[in-house]
Design a protein around this ligand. Structure first.
Ligand SMILES: Cc1cc2nc3c(=O)[nH]c(=O)nc-3n(C[C@H](O)[C@H](O)[C@H](O)COP(=O)(O)OP(=O)(O)OC[C@H]3O[C@@H](n4cnc5c(N)ncnc54)[C@H](O)[C@@H]3O)c2cc1C
Ligand SMILES: NC(=O)c1ccc[n+]([C@@H]2O[C@H](COP(=O)([O-])OP(=O)(O)OC[C@H]3O[C@@H](n4cnc5c(N)ncnc54)[C@H](O)[C@@H]3O)[C@@H](O)[C@H]2O)c1
Length: 463
Protein backbone atom coordinates (compact mmCIF):
# COMPACT_ATOMS: atom_id res chain seq x y z
CA UNK A 1 0.00 0.00 0.00
CA UNK A 2 1.18 3.49 -0.77
CA UNK A 3 2.06 5.83 2.08
CA UNK A 4 0.28 9.19 1.62
CA UNK A 5 1.89 12.49 2.45
CA UNK A 6 1.68 16.15 1.38
CA UNK A 7 4.97 16.44 -0.53
CA UNK A 8 7.70 14.05 -1.65
CA UNK A 9 11.12 15.58 -2.31
CA UNK A 10 13.20 13.32 -4.55
CA UNK A 11 16.92 13.99 -3.98
CA UNK A 12 18.12 15.72 -0.82
CA UNK A 13 21.09 17.80 -1.97
CA UNK A 14 21.23 21.51 -1.15
CA UNK A 15 18.10 22.20 -3.24
CA UNK A 16 15.99 19.30 -1.99
CA UNK A 17 17.11 19.70 1.62
CA UNK A 18 16.18 23.40 1.61
CA UNK A 19 12.73 22.94 0.06
CA UNK A 20 11.90 19.91 2.21
CA UNK A 21 13.00 21.65 5.41
CA UNK A 22 10.97 24.79 4.68
CA UNK A 23 7.82 22.81 3.86
CA UNK A 24 8.18 20.58 6.92
CA UNK A 25 8.68 23.60 9.18
CA UNK A 26 5.52 25.13 7.73
CA UNK A 27 3.63 22.07 8.93
CA UNK A 28 3.31 19.95 5.78
CA UNK A 29 3.84 16.18 5.92
CA UNK A 30 7.07 15.93 3.88
CA UNK A 31 8.96 12.80 2.80
CA UNK A 32 12.57 13.39 1.74
CA UNK A 33 14.09 10.60 -0.36
CA UNK A 34 17.86 10.32 -0.73
CA UNK A 35 19.90 7.52 -2.30
CA UNK A 36 23.26 8.56 -0.83
CA UNK A 37 23.94 11.28 1.76
CA UNK A 38 21.46 13.92 2.93
CA UNK A 39 23.13 17.15 1.83
CA UNK A 40 24.11 15.95 -1.63
CA UNK A 41 27.27 16.74 -3.56
CA UNK A 42 28.13 20.14 -2.06
CA UNK A 43 29.04 19.33 1.58
CA UNK A 44 30.56 15.88 0.98
CA UNK A 45 32.29 15.94 -2.41
CA UNK A 46 32.16 19.43 -3.89
CA UNK A 47 31.97 23.02 -2.56
CA UNK A 48 33.00 22.50 1.05
CA UNK A 49 35.87 19.98 0.84
CA UNK A 50 37.26 21.61 -2.33
CA UNK A 51 37.30 24.99 -0.59
CA UNK A 52 39.14 23.45 2.37
CA UNK A 53 41.78 22.31 -0.12
CA UNK A 54 41.84 25.77 -1.71
CA UNK A 55 42.20 27.46 1.69
CA UNK A 56 45.15 25.21 2.57
CA UNK A 57 46.77 25.82 -0.83
CA UNK A 58 46.31 29.58 -0.41
CA UNK A 59 48.07 29.45 2.98
CA UNK A 60 51.06 27.79 1.31
CA UNK A 61 51.04 30.38 -1.48
CA UNK A 62 50.93 33.27 1.00
CA UNK A 63 53.81 31.75 3.00
CA UNK A 64 55.81 31.52 -0.22
CA UNK A 65 55.20 35.27 -0.76
CA UNK A 66 56.93 36.24 2.47
CA UNK A 67 60.48 36.50 1.04
CA UNK A 68 61.16 40.02 -0.21
CA UNK A 69 58.29 41.42 1.81
CA UNK A 70 58.51 40.21 5.39
CA UNK A 71 61.49 37.95 6.03
CA UNK A 72 61.99 34.35 5.12
CA UNK A 73 59.97 31.15 5.32
CA UNK A 74 60.55 27.50 4.69
CA UNK A 75 57.41 25.90 3.35
CA UNK A 76 57.01 22.16 3.66
CA UNK A 77 53.57 21.19 2.40
CA UNK A 78 51.77 18.34 4.12
CA UNK A 79 48.47 17.23 2.64
CA UNK A 80 47.48 15.03 5.61
CA UNK A 81 45.90 17.83 7.73
CA UNK A 82 43.81 18.81 4.72
CA UNK A 83 42.50 15.28 4.33
CA UNK A 84 41.91 14.91 8.06
CA UNK A 85 40.00 18.21 8.13
CA UNK A 86 37.81 17.13 5.19
CA UNK A 87 37.23 13.71 6.75
CA UNK A 88 36.63 14.80 10.35
CA UNK A 89 35.34 18.40 10.23
CA UNK A 90 33.63 18.71 6.87
CA UNK A 91 32.06 15.33 6.28
CA UNK A 92 32.27 13.41 9.61
CA UNK A 93 33.79 10.60 7.54
CA UNK A 94 31.04 10.95 4.92
CA UNK A 95 28.28 10.43 7.48
CA UNK A 96 25.03 12.42 7.31
CA UNK A 97 23.57 11.56 10.74
CA UNK A 98 23.59 15.24 11.81
CA UNK A 99 21.81 16.33 8.61
CA UNK A 100 19.19 13.59 9.02
CA UNK A 101 18.62 14.66 12.60
CA UNK A 102 18.27 18.31 11.50
CA UNK A 103 15.65 17.37 8.89
CA UNK A 104 13.64 15.10 11.19
CA UNK A 105 13.90 17.85 13.84
CA UNK A 106 12.15 20.14 11.34
CA UNK A 107 9.34 17.59 11.22
CA UNK A 108 10.36 15.84 7.98
CA UNK A 109 10.29 12.09 7.31
CA UNK A 110 13.56 10.78 5.84
CA UNK A 111 13.73 7.74 3.54
CA UNK A 112 17.07 6.41 2.39
CA UNK A 113 16.72 4.73 -0.97
CA UNK A 114 16.72 5.27 -4.73
CA UNK A 115 13.47 6.80 -5.86
CA UNK A 116 11.68 7.02 -9.17
CA UNK A 117 9.03 9.57 -10.09
CA UNK A 118 6.33 7.71 -11.98
CA UNK A 119 3.75 10.49 -12.41
CA UNK A 120 0.53 11.50 -10.63
CA UNK A 121 2.30 12.38 -7.41
CA UNK A 122 3.86 8.93 -7.07
CA UNK A 123 7.43 8.16 -6.09
CA UNK A 124 8.59 4.55 -5.83
CA UNK A 125 11.57 3.98 -3.58
CA UNK A 126 13.93 1.02 -3.73
CA UNK A 127 15.91 0.55 -0.52
CA UNK A 128 17.81 -2.17 1.30
CA UNK A 129 14.55 -3.28 2.92
CA UNK A 130 12.45 -3.44 -0.24
CA UNK A 131 10.19 -1.22 -2.32
CA UNK A 132 7.90 1.47 -0.95
CA UNK A 133 5.50 3.79 -2.77
CA UNK A 134 4.69 7.31 -1.66
CA UNK A 135 1.85 9.41 -3.01
CA UNK A 136 1.93 13.14 -2.54
CA UNK A 137 -1.31 15.09 -2.16
CA UNK A 138 0.22 18.49 -2.83
CA UNK A 139 3.15 17.76 -5.08
CA UNK A 140 6.50 16.21 -5.84
CA UNK A 141 9.73 18.20 -5.89
CA UNK A 142 12.42 16.82 -8.19
CA UNK A 143 15.92 17.64 -6.94
CA UNK A 144 18.18 14.83 -8.18
CA UNK A 145 21.04 17.18 -9.05
CA UNK A 146 23.81 16.34 -11.48
CA UNK A 147 26.65 13.92 -12.03
CA UNK A 148 29.93 14.19 -13.90
CA UNK A 149 29.67 14.46 -17.69
CA UNK A 150 32.36 12.18 -19.06
CA UNK A 151 33.47 12.82 -22.66
CA UNK A 152 33.56 10.02 -25.25
CA UNK A 153 37.34 9.56 -25.16
CA UNK A 154 38.40 6.13 -26.36
CA UNK A 155 39.42 3.89 -23.44
CA UNK A 156 38.38 6.39 -20.77
CA UNK A 157 35.61 4.11 -19.50
CA UNK A 158 38.23 1.38 -18.93
CA UNK A 159 40.53 3.37 -16.64
CA UNK A 160 40.15 4.22 -12.93
CA UNK A 161 40.01 7.99 -13.38
CA UNK A 162 39.08 10.40 -10.60
CA UNK A 163 36.00 12.60 -10.59
CA UNK A 164 35.58 15.37 -8.03
CA UNK A 165 34.62 12.69 -5.49
CA UNK A 166 37.99 10.96 -5.41
CA UNK A 167 39.85 14.26 -5.85
CA UNK A 168 38.42 15.73 -2.64
CA UNK A 169 38.60 12.56 -0.57
CA UNK A 170 42.18 11.52 -1.40
CA UNK A 171 44.41 10.94 1.61
CA UNK A 172 47.55 12.04 -0.23
CA UNK A 173 48.48 14.48 -2.95
CA UNK A 174 49.64 12.47 -5.96
CA UNK A 175 53.09 13.08 -7.41
CA UNK A 176 51.51 14.03 -10.73
CA UNK A 177 47.99 14.74 -11.95
CA UNK A 178 46.41 15.14 -15.37
CA UNK A 179 43.26 17.27 -15.28
CA UNK A 180 40.90 17.02 -18.22
CA UNK A 181 38.80 20.20 -18.38
CA UNK A 182 39.73 23.65 -17.08
CA UNK A 183 36.33 24.84 -15.88
CA UNK A 184 35.73 25.73 -12.23
CA UNK A 185 36.28 22.17 -10.93
CA UNK A 186 39.45 21.66 -12.97
CA UNK A 187 41.20 24.94 -12.15
CA UNK A 188 40.33 24.99 -8.44
CA UNK A 189 41.55 21.45 -7.83
CA UNK A 190 44.53 21.77 -10.19
CA UNK A 191 45.89 24.84 -8.41
CA UNK A 192 45.23 23.42 -4.93
CA UNK A 193 47.09 20.18 -5.68
CA UNK A 194 49.93 22.00 -7.44
CA UNK A 195 50.52 24.06 -4.31
CA UNK A 196 51.06 20.79 -2.42
CA UNK A 197 53.79 19.79 -4.85
CA UNK A 198 51.76 17.75 -7.36
CA UNK A 199 53.01 18.15 -10.96
CA UNK A 200 49.79 19.20 -12.68
CA UNK A 201 48.93 19.23 -16.38
CA UNK A 202 45.61 20.80 -17.38
CA UNK A 203 44.10 19.84 -20.73
CA UNK A 204 41.35 22.15 -22.02
CA UNK A 205 39.46 21.92 -25.30
CA UNK A 206 38.66 25.63 -25.62
CA UNK A 207 41.10 28.47 -26.15
CA UNK A 208 40.92 29.63 -22.54
CA UNK A 209 40.63 28.32 -19.01
CA UNK A 210 37.29 29.13 -17.29
CA UNK A 211 35.94 29.87 -20.75
CA UNK A 212 32.50 30.96 -19.50
CA UNK A 213 34.17 33.94 -17.84
CA UNK A 214 35.46 37.19 -19.39
CA UNK A 215 38.51 36.52 -21.60
CA UNK A 216 40.54 39.00 -19.52
CA UNK A 217 39.86 36.88 -16.41
CA UNK A 218 40.68 33.61 -18.20
CA UNK A 219 43.91 35.04 -19.62
CA UNK A 220 44.94 36.32 -16.20
CA UNK A 221 44.31 32.97 -14.52
CA UNK A 222 46.14 31.10 -17.29
CA UNK A 223 49.20 33.33 -16.85
CA UNK A 224 49.20 32.87 -13.06
CA UNK A 225 48.77 29.09 -13.29
CA UNK A 226 51.70 28.84 -15.71
CA UNK A 227 53.84 31.12 -13.51
CA UNK A 228 53.10 28.78 -10.60
CA UNK A 229 54.47 25.89 -12.63
CA UNK A 230 51.35 24.14 -13.91
CA UNK A 231 51.42 22.93 -17.49
CA UNK A 232 48.28 24.13 -19.27
CA UNK A 233 47.37 22.89 -22.75
CA UNK A 234 44.51 24.88 -24.27
CA UNK A 235 42.75 24.00 -27.53
CA UNK A 236 43.70 20.44 -26.71
CA UNK A 237 41.33 17.51 -26.88
CA UNK A 238 41.97 14.04 -25.56
CA UNK A 239 41.56 11.27 -28.13
CA UNK A 240 42.39 8.20 -26.06
CA UNK A 241 43.13 7.21 -22.48
CA UNK A 242 44.96 4.21 -21.05
CA UNK A 243 46.23 3.03 -17.68
CA UNK A 244 49.04 0.61 -16.97
CA UNK A 245 51.47 0.02 -14.09
CA UNK A 246 50.07 2.92 -12.08
CA UNK A 247 50.38 5.45 -14.90
CA UNK A 248 47.58 7.17 -16.82
CA UNK A 249 48.33 8.26 -20.38
CA UNK A 250 46.20 10.62 -22.43
CA UNK A 251 46.73 10.83 -26.16
CA UNK A 252 45.68 14.20 -27.53
CA UNK A 253 44.20 14.80 -30.98
CA UNK A 254 47.51 16.35 -32.11
CA UNK A 255 49.27 13.07 -31.20
CA UNK A 256 50.94 14.35 -28.02
CA UNK A 257 51.03 11.93 -25.08
CA UNK A 258 50.70 13.08 -21.48
CA UNK A 259 51.22 10.83 -18.45
CA UNK A 260 50.60 11.10 -14.72
CA UNK A 261 49.94 9.09 -11.59
CA UNK A 262 46.28 10.25 -11.50
CA UNK A 263 43.74 11.50 -14.00
CA UNK A 264 40.92 13.84 -12.95
CA UNK A 265 38.01 14.17 -15.36
CA UNK A 266 36.42 17.61 -14.85
CA UNK A 267 34.60 18.17 -18.12
CA UNK A 268 31.27 19.41 -16.80
CA UNK A 269 28.13 18.13 -15.10
CA UNK A 270 24.98 16.55 -16.51
CA UNK A 271 21.54 16.83 -14.83
CA UNK A 272 20.42 13.45 -13.41
CA UNK A 273 17.20 12.65 -15.26
CA UNK A 274 17.32 8.86 -14.92
CA UNK A 275 14.88 8.79 -11.97
CA UNK A 276 12.15 10.64 -13.82
CA UNK A 277 9.44 9.18 -16.00
CA UNK A 278 9.89 11.51 -18.96
CA UNK A 279 6.44 10.80 -20.36
CA UNK A 280 4.73 11.58 -17.06
CA UNK A 281 6.63 14.86 -16.98
CA UNK A 282 6.00 15.70 -20.63
CA UNK A 283 9.78 15.76 -21.13
CA UNK A 284 11.18 15.11 -24.62
CA UNK A 285 13.30 11.93 -24.89
CA UNK A 286 16.36 14.04 -25.74
CA UNK A 287 15.74 16.71 -23.07
CA UNK A 288 18.87 17.38 -21.01
CA UNK A 289 17.22 19.24 -18.15
CA UNK A 290 13.83 19.74 -16.57
CA UNK A 291 12.07 22.84 -17.89
CA UNK A 292 10.26 24.90 -15.29
CA UNK A 293 8.32 28.17 -15.06
CA UNK A 294 9.41 31.13 -12.94
CA UNK A 295 8.03 29.40 -9.83
CA UNK A 296 9.99 26.21 -10.61
CA UNK A 297 6.84 24.34 -11.67
CA UNK A 298 7.65 21.60 -14.20
CA UNK A 299 4.06 20.29 -14.58
CA UNK A 300 0.88 20.48 -12.49
CA UNK A 301 1.85 19.28 -9.02
CA UNK A 302 5.54 18.85 -9.95
CA UNK A 303 8.36 21.24 -9.14
CA UNK A 304 12.09 20.97 -9.88
CA UNK A 305 15.06 22.78 -8.32
CA UNK A 306 18.84 22.82 -8.46
CA UNK A 307 21.31 21.46 -11.02
CA UNK A 308 18.46 19.52 -12.64
CA UNK A 309 16.97 22.77 -13.91
CA UNK A 310 20.13 24.01 -15.64
CA UNK A 311 19.98 27.68 -14.62
CA UNK A 312 23.46 27.53 -13.09
CA UNK A 313 25.01 24.60 -11.27
CA UNK A 314 25.61 26.39 -7.99
CA UNK A 315 24.48 25.71 -4.45
CA UNK A 316 23.22 29.27 -4.04
CA UNK A 317 21.05 28.84 -7.17
CA UNK A 318 19.61 25.56 -5.81
CA UNK A 319 18.84 27.09 -2.42
CA UNK A 320 17.34 30.25 -3.99
CA UNK A 321 15.12 28.12 -6.23
CA UNK A 322 14.12 26.02 -3.22
CA UNK A 323 12.81 29.15 -1.52
CA UNK A 324 10.80 30.19 -4.60
CA UNK A 325 9.37 26.67 -5.04
CA UNK A 326 8.53 26.30 -1.34
CA UNK A 327 6.60 29.59 -1.42
CA UNK A 328 4.67 28.44 -4.49
CA UNK A 329 3.80 25.06 -2.92
CA UNK A 330 2.70 26.66 0.33
CA UNK A 331 0.60 29.20 -1.58
CA UNK A 332 -1.18 26.37 -3.41
CA UNK A 333 -1.83 24.81 0.00
CA UNK A 334 -3.43 28.07 1.12
CA UNK A 335 -0.46 28.94 3.34
CA UNK A 336 0.82 32.35 2.22
CA UNK A 337 1.53 34.13 -1.03
CA UNK A 338 3.57 32.71 -3.93
CA UNK A 339 5.86 35.77 -3.95
CA UNK A 340 8.03 36.78 -6.88
CA UNK A 341 9.29 34.26 -9.44
CA UNK A 342 12.97 33.38 -9.82
CA UNK A 343 15.11 36.17 -11.26
CA UNK A 344 18.40 35.17 -12.89
CA UNK A 345 19.69 38.60 -13.94
CA UNK A 346 22.28 38.66 -11.19
CA UNK A 347 23.47 35.07 -10.69
CA UNK A 348 26.84 35.34 -8.95
CA UNK A 349 29.69 32.94 -9.78
CA UNK A 350 32.93 32.60 -7.87
CA UNK A 351 35.81 30.42 -9.01
CA UNK A 352 37.92 29.98 -5.90
CA UNK A 353 41.33 30.10 -7.51
CA UNK A 354 44.04 32.59 -6.59
CA UNK A 355 43.33 35.10 -8.11
CA UNK A 356 39.71 34.44 -7.15
CA UNK A 357 37.33 35.16 -10.02
CA UNK A 358 33.97 36.59 -9.03
CA UNK A 359 31.45 37.45 -11.70
CA UNK A 360 27.79 38.30 -12.01
CA UNK A 361 25.27 38.65 -14.80
CA UNK A 362 26.35 38.83 -18.44
CA UNK A 363 29.84 38.80 -19.88
CA UNK A 364 30.57 41.38 -22.58
CA UNK A 365 30.17 38.69 -25.28
CA UNK A 366 26.81 37.52 -23.90
CA UNK A 367 25.55 41.09 -23.64
CA UNK A 368 26.49 41.73 -27.29
CA UNK A 369 24.84 38.46 -28.35
CA UNK A 370 21.64 39.77 -26.76
CA UNK A 371 21.86 42.85 -28.95
CA UNK A 372 22.51 45.31 -26.13
CA UNK A 373 24.42 48.52 -26.74
CA UNK A 374 27.44 47.70 -24.65
CA UNK A 375 30.07 49.87 -22.96
CA UNK A 376 32.79 48.25 -20.88
CA UNK A 377 35.24 49.47 -18.29
CA UNK A 378 38.40 47.74 -17.12
CA UNK A 379 40.78 48.39 -14.22
CA UNK A 380 43.87 46.41 -13.27
CA UNK A 381 44.28 45.77 -9.53
CA UNK A 382 48.10 46.20 -9.43
CA UNK A 383 47.62 49.74 -10.83
CA UNK A 384 45.40 50.69 -7.87
CA UNK A 385 46.82 51.84 -4.53
CA UNK A 386 45.70 48.73 -2.60
CA UNK A 387 47.06 46.45 -5.31
CA UNK A 388 50.39 48.29 -5.25
CA UNK A 389 50.57 48.06 -1.43
CA UNK A 390 49.62 44.37 -1.50
CA UNK A 391 52.37 43.61 -4.04
CA UNK A 392 53.01 39.83 -4.00
CA UNK A 393 49.85 38.07 -5.17
CA UNK A 394 48.14 41.28 -6.29
CA UNK A 395 47.12 40.10 -9.77
CA UNK A 396 43.53 40.96 -10.57
CA UNK A 397 41.11 43.17 -12.43
CA UNK A 398 37.64 44.62 -12.43
CA UNK A 399 35.59 44.57 -15.62
CA UNK A 400 32.19 46.17 -15.96
CA UNK A 401 29.59 45.61 -18.68
CA UNK A 402 27.01 48.35 -19.09
CA UNK A 403 23.76 48.40 -21.03
CA UNK A 404 24.50 51.87 -22.39
CA UNK A 405 20.88 52.52 -23.42
CA UNK A 406 19.67 52.05 -19.83
CA UNK A 407 22.83 53.30 -18.12
CA UNK A 408 23.00 50.27 -15.77
CA UNK A 409 25.43 47.41 -15.28
CA UNK A 410 24.30 44.05 -16.65
CA UNK A 411 27.48 42.20 -15.78
CA UNK A 412 30.71 42.52 -13.83
CA UNK A 413 33.86 40.61 -12.97
CA UNK A 414 36.07 41.08 -9.93
CA UNK A 415 39.23 38.96 -10.12
CA UNK A 416 41.99 39.15 -7.53
CA UNK A 417 42.51 38.71 -3.80
CA UNK A 418 39.01 38.11 -2.38
CA UNK A 419 37.45 38.69 -5.79
CA UNK A 420 34.32 36.88 -4.61
CA UNK A 421 33.90 39.35 -1.75
CA UNK A 422 34.53 42.40 -3.97
CA UNK A 423 31.81 40.98 -6.21
CA UNK A 424 29.07 41.58 -3.65
CA UNK A 425 28.64 45.30 -4.35
CA UNK A 426 28.65 44.64 -8.07
CA UNK A 427 25.97 41.96 -7.69
CA UNK A 428 23.78 44.46 -5.84
CA UNK A 429 24.37 47.01 -8.62
CA UNK A 430 23.33 44.52 -11.33
CA UNK A 431 20.32 43.13 -9.42
CA UNK A 432 18.99 46.53 -8.34
CA UNK A 433 19.87 48.19 -11.68
CA UNK A 434 21.71 50.99 -9.90
CA UNK A 435 22.49 53.67 -12.52
CA UNK A 436 26.19 53.77 -13.39
CA UNK A 437 25.97 57.54 -12.83
CA UNK A 438 25.08 56.82 -9.19
CA UNK A 439 27.87 54.24 -8.87
CA UNK A 440 30.31 56.85 -10.18
CA UNK A 441 29.04 59.36 -7.64
CA UNK A 442 29.64 57.08 -4.63
CA UNK A 443 32.55 56.93 -2.20
CA UNK A 444 34.75 53.83 -2.19
CA UNK A 445 36.84 53.34 0.94
CA UNK A 446 40.55 54.06 0.52
CA UNK A 447 42.65 51.98 0.03
CA UNK A 448 40.54 48.91 -0.80
CA UNK A 449 40.58 46.48 -3.70
CA UNK A 450 36.99 47.42 -4.46
CA UNK A 451 38.13 51.00 -5.20
CA UNK A 452 39.16 49.56 -8.57
CA UNK A 453 35.42 49.56 -9.35
CA UNK A 454 35.62 53.37 -9.46
CA UNK A 455 38.57 53.20 -11.84
CA UNK A 456 36.66 50.76 -14.05
CA UNK A 457 33.67 53.14 -14.01
CA UNK A 458 35.93 55.99 -15.15
CA UNK A 459 37.25 53.76 -17.94
CA UNK A 460 33.67 52.85 -18.86
CA UNK A 461 32.68 56.52 -19.15
CA UNK A 462 35.53 57.02 -21.63
CA UNK A 463 34.42 54.04 -23.78
C1 LIG B 1 34.03 19.97 -7.24
C2 LIG B 1 32.84 20.86 -7.16
C3 LIG B 1 32.92 22.05 -6.47
C4 LIG B 1 31.82 22.88 -6.39
N1 LIG B 1 31.95 24.05 -5.71
C5 LIG B 1 30.89 24.88 -5.61
C6 LIG B 1 31.00 26.11 -4.90
O1 LIG B 1 32.06 26.45 -4.37
N2 LIG B 1 29.92 26.90 -4.83
C7 LIG B 1 28.72 26.56 -5.41
O2 LIG B 1 27.76 27.32 -5.31
N3 LIG B 1 28.59 25.40 -6.09
C8 LIG B 1 29.64 24.56 -6.20
N4 LIG B 1 29.51 23.38 -6.88
C9 LIG B 1 28.18 23.02 -7.43
C10 LIG B 1 27.24 22.44 -6.33
O3 LIG B 1 27.86 21.34 -5.70
C11 LIG B 1 25.92 22.03 -6.97
O4 LIG B 1 25.40 23.10 -7.73
C12 LIG B 1 24.91 21.63 -5.89
O5 LIG B 1 25.36 20.55 -5.14
C13 LIG B 1 23.59 21.30 -6.57
O6 LIG B 1 22.62 20.93 -5.63
P1 LIG B 1 21.39 20.01 -6.03
O7 LIG B 1 20.54 19.92 -4.81
O8 LIG B 1 20.77 20.47 -7.28
O9 LIG B 1 22.02 18.59 -6.40
P2 LIG B 1 23.08 17.59 -5.75
O10 LIG B 1 23.98 18.23 -4.79
O11 LIG B 1 23.66 16.86 -6.91
O12 LIG B 1 22.15 16.60 -4.92
C14 LIG B 1 21.23 15.75 -5.53
C15 LIG B 1 20.93 14.60 -4.58
O13 LIG B 1 19.95 13.76 -5.16
C16 LIG B 1 20.26 12.42 -4.88
N5 LIG B 1 19.62 11.57 -5.88
C17 LIG B 1 19.87 11.55 -7.22
N6 LIG B 1 19.06 10.65 -7.80
C18 LIG B 1 18.32 10.10 -6.82
C19 LIG B 1 17.31 9.12 -6.80
N7 LIG B 1 16.89 8.49 -7.89
N8 LIG B 1 16.75 8.79 -5.60
C20 LIG B 1 17.14 9.39 -4.46
N9 LIG B 1 18.11 10.33 -4.43
C21 LIG B 1 18.67 10.68 -5.59
C22 LIG B 1 21.78 12.38 -4.95
O14 LIG B 1 22.28 11.26 -4.24
C23 LIG B 1 22.14 13.71 -4.31
O15 LIG B 1 22.35 13.60 -2.93
C24 LIG B 1 30.60 22.52 -7.00
C25 LIG B 1 30.50 21.32 -7.72
C26 LIG B 1 31.60 20.50 -7.81
C27 LIG B 1 31.48 19.21 -8.57
N1 LIG C 1 33.32 27.66 -7.27
C1 LIG C 1 32.18 27.21 -7.73
O1 LIG C 1 31.10 27.77 -7.53
C2 LIG C 1 32.17 25.93 -8.48
C3 LIG C 1 33.27 25.09 -8.45
C4 LIG C 1 33.22 23.93 -9.18
C5 LIG C 1 32.11 23.63 -9.91
N2 LIG C 1 31.06 24.46 -9.92
C6 LIG C 1 29.86 24.18 -10.75
O2 LIG C 1 29.96 22.91 -11.32
C7 LIG C 1 29.86 23.03 -12.73
C8 LIG C 1 30.71 21.98 -13.40
O3 LIG C 1 32.08 22.32 -13.31
P1 LIG C 1 33.13 21.75 -14.33
O4 LIG C 1 34.39 22.50 -14.13
O5 LIG C 1 33.14 20.28 -14.26
O6 LIG C 1 32.44 22.09 -15.72
P2 LIG C 1 32.51 23.32 -16.72
O7 LIG C 1 31.45 23.06 -17.72
O8 LIG C 1 32.54 24.60 -15.99
O9 LIG C 1 33.95 23.15 -17.42
C9 LIG C 1 34.28 22.00 -18.12
C10 LIG C 1 35.46 22.31 -19.03
O10 LIG C 1 35.87 21.11 -19.64
C11 LIG C 1 36.17 21.39 -20.99
N3 LIG C 1 36.00 20.14 -21.74
C12 LIG C 1 34.86 19.48 -22.03
N4 LIG C 1 35.13 18.36 -22.73
C13 LIG C 1 36.48 18.31 -22.91
C14 LIG C 1 37.35 17.42 -23.53
N5 LIG C 1 36.89 16.31 -24.12
N6 LIG C 1 38.66 17.67 -23.51
C15 LIG C 1 39.14 18.79 -22.90
N7 LIG C 1 38.34 19.68 -22.27
C16 LIG C 1 37.03 19.45 -22.27
C17 LIG C 1 35.18 22.45 -21.40
O11 LIG C 1 35.64 23.18 -22.52
C18 LIG C 1 35.11 23.29 -20.14
O12 LIG C 1 36.04 24.33 -20.13
C19 LIG C 1 30.30 24.45 -13.03
O13 LIG C 1 29.73 24.93 -14.22
C20 LIG C 1 29.80 25.20 -11.86
O14 LIG C 1 28.46 25.59 -12.08
C21 LIG C 1 31.07 25.61 -9.22
Amino acid sequence: MARECDVVVLGMGPGGEAVAGQLAEAGLDVVGVEAELLGGECPYWACVPSKMMVRAGNLLAEARRVPGMAGSTRVEPDFSPVHVRIRDEATTDWDDAAAVERFTGQGGHFVRGRGRFTGQGRVEVESGTGRETFTARRGVVLATGSGPAVPPVSGLDQVPYWTNRQAVSAAEAPASLLVLGAGAVGVELAQAYARFGTRVTLVEASARVVSVEEPEAGDLLLRVLREEGLTVRTQARAKAARYADGVFTLTLEDGAELSAERLLVATGRRPRLDALDREALGLAQDARRVEVDAHLRAAPGVWAVGDLVGEGAFTHVAVYQAQVAARAILAEAGLGEPGPGADYRAVPRVTFTDPEIGSVGLTEARARERGLTVRTGLAQLPAGVRGWIHKAGNEGLVKLVEDADRGVLVGATAAGPMGGEVLYGLAVAVRAAVPTATLRDMMYAFPTFHRSVLEALTDLAAD
